[in-house]
Design a protein around this ligand. Structure first.
Ligand SMILES: Nc1ncnc2c1ncn2[C@@H]1O[C@H](COP(=O)(O)OP(=O)(O)O)[C@@H](O)[C@H]1O
Ligand SMILES: [Mg+2]
Length: 419
C-alpha cells in the first residue's frame, strides 16, 4: 500500500517536474533558505524562517483516536518547511507512524486538518497527495528485475519507454546502484534492496517523501552508511523529507529539525544541536543522549543564574531557568561528557565529592559510574586523550562542571508526565 504506486495524471507529473527543477535551481543559486543537513543553530534559525514563509506541510490541531476516547495523536501543530529534513522521534507508541499515515492519507484525522501547499487534505486520497513513501519492509516484486521494479509504475502511467529507461537510470545512479538494474531483488543485499525502495519513492519526483523507520531492518554499520546516503540524496534533490525513527542517534545525524514525540504530543521541536544542548524538559534531556539528573528545589532564579538546593543539601548553580520560581521542585541535568574529575577541590561552583563505583573501558573513552550527591548512577565520560586520573572502583575524587553545562528543568517534565 504505497501512495507512490498509484498512477497519477501525466499533467501532474509535468507540474511536479517543474517544481523539482525549480527547487534544484533555487538550491544552486542559494535562494532556498532551508539548509540540507544543517545542524547548527544558524541552520535551525534559517529552517524556522523558511517554515514560516515557505511551508509545505501544516498540521493544524490534529488529533487522532482509534477508540473514541484515547487520543494517540493529541492536538498536533507542526509546520514543515519546503526542502526540510524533518524527523519525528519518540518512543514506541508515541504516535509517530499515525501522524505520518494521516499525512499520507492512509488514516483520517479525528479532528483538525492537514494542509499540503496550503490546501486542506480532507477527502484527498493518498494517490492525489504527490507523496513518495519508504517503509522498513521494502516489498519489491521478487519476479521483476530492479529496473522493472522501478519502471513498473511509470509504465502503468504510460510514460514513453525511453523516458522510463532514463528515469530508472537516474534513480539507480542517485542511490549508487548503477549497473544493478538487471538483477532481481534476491540478488541484492538488504541494504541494496532498501536503496531500491528509496529510488522507487523518488522516481516520481514527488515534492514530499515520507519514511517510516526505513533503516530498522539493517545492521548498525549499514544503517549508518545509509543515513549519510539519505542525507546526501536529500541535499541533492531539495525534496522535503519527513522521517520517522525511534533511534536518537539516527535523528541527530540526519535531520534539519527533530520533533520529539511523547504520548501523541510534540515535547520539543528544534535542531539537533538545540535539542541536545538546550532540552526544555527532563524527558527530552533523557531521550536524546545520556544525562545525569539531580533532584532539588529552586532557591533563587535570578537573571544571572538559577540556584538549586539538592535533596542532599548541596548547592548547584545553573543558567537562569525558564518557568521556574523559588520553591519549585526541579531536576538539574548535566551531560556525562561535560564533567571534569580532579583529585583536589578547585575554586568555583558545582564541585562535589564522588565515589567511583564502576569503571568501563570503551576504547575511545572511559565511562565511570559514580556516587554523587546521593545519585548512584552518576556517569562521567572521559575522552581517551583527556587528562585522566587512574581511578578505579572504591576510589574517591571530585567532580565539577560549569554552570553553563547544566540545566535546571521543571521536575514534572520527565517521562509520562504532563508538562
Ligand atoms: N489501527 C490502529 N487501531 C488502534 N490503535 C492503534 C492503531 N494504530 C496505532 N494504534 C495505537 O496508537 C498508538 C500510537 O501508535 P503509533 O503511531 O504506531 O506509534 P509509533 O509509531 O510512535 O510507535 C499506540 O498506542 C498504538 O497501539
Ligand atoms: Mg511506528
Amino acid at each position: 500500500m504505497q501512495a507512490s504506486s498509484e498512477p497519477l495524471e501525466d499533467a501532474e507529473i509535468g507540474v511536479r517536474d517543474r517544481v523539482v527543477a525549480r527547487m534544484a535551481n533555487d538550491r544552486q543559486s542559494g535562494v532556498q533558505s532551508v539548509t540540507a543537513g544543517g545542524t547548527s543553530a544558524a541552520a535551525f534559525q534559517r529552517g524556522r524562517a523558511a517554515s514560516q514563509t515557505d511551508c509545505i506541510v501544516r498540521f493544524v490541531g490534529v488529533s487522532k483516536s482509534f477508540d473514541g476516547s484515547t487520543r494517540v495523536v493529541d492536538d498536533l501543530n507542526l509546520e514543515i518547511g519546503r526542502g526540510e529534513f524533518l524527523t519525528m522521534l519518540g518512543p514506541s507508541g508515541s504516535g509517530k507512524t499515525t501522524s505520518l499515515m494521516m499525512l499520507a492519507g492512509f488514516e483520517g484525522v479525528s479532528s483538525g486538518d492537514i494542509l499540503i501547499d496550503g490546501h486542506s487534505m480532507r477527502g484527498v486520497p493518498p494517490y492525489r497527495r504527490n507523496i513518495g513513501m519508504v517503509f522498513q519492509n521494502y516489498a519489491l516484486f521478487p519476479h521483476l528485475t530492479i529496473a522493472e521494479n522501478l519502471g513498473f509504475p511509470l509504465l502503468a502511467r504510460r510514460m514513453p519507454r525511453n523516458d522510463i529507461r532514463e528515469r530508472v537510470r537516474q534513480a539507480l545512479d542517485l542511490v549508487q546502484l548503477s549497473g544493478m538494474g538487471e538483477r532481481r531483488p534476491a540478488q541484492l543485499s538488504g541494504g541494496q534492496q532498501q536503496r531500491v525502495a528509496v529510488a522507487r519513492a523518488l522516481i516520481y519526483q514527488p515534492s514530499l517523501v515520507l519514511m517510516d523507520e526505513p533503516l530498522g531492518a539493517l545492521d548498525k554499520q549499514l544503517r549508518e552508511q545509509m543515513q549519510l546516503e539519505l542525507k546526501r540524496i536529500h541535499a541533492r534533490l531539495g525534496v522535503t523529507f519527513v522521517y520517522v525513527t525511534h533511534d536518537q542517534t539516527e535523528a541527530l545525524t540526519i535531520s534539519d529539525r527533530i520533533a520529539v514525540f511523547d504520548q501523541g504530543r510534540i515535547r520539543q521541536l528544534a535542531s539537533p544541536a538545540q535539542l541536545y544542548e538546550a532540552p526544555e524538559s527532563v524527558f527530552v534531556a533523557q531521550f536524546l543522549g545520556e544525562t545525569n539528573c539531580l533532584g532539588g528545589t529552586v532557591v533563587e532564579n535570578a537573571q544571572s543564574s538559577c540556584r538549586v538546593t539538592l535533596e542532599t543539601g548541596d548547592i548547584v548553580l545553573a543558567p537562569p531557568a525558564i518557568g521556574l520560581r523559588a520553591g519549585d521542585p526541579t531536576v538539574v541535568c548535566v551531560r556525562p561528557e561535560s564533567i571534569q574529575l580532579s583529585a583536589m577541590r578547585h575554586d568555583g561552583p558545582n564541585q562535589f565529592r564522588a565515589e567511583v563505583l564502576e569503571r568501563i573501558y570503551l576504547g575511545d573513552h572511559v565511562r565511570l559510574r559514580l556516587r554523587v550527591c546521593g545519585n548512584d548512577d552518576f556517569l562521567v565520560k572521559l575522552h581517551r586523550d583527556s587528562p585522566m586520573p587512574a581511578l578505579h572502583a572504591g576510589d574517591w575524587s571530585f567532580v565539577r562542571w560549569q554552570p553553563d553545562d547544566c540545566r535546571a528543568l521543571p521536575a514534572s517534565s520527565g517521562a509520562n508526565k504532563a508538562v
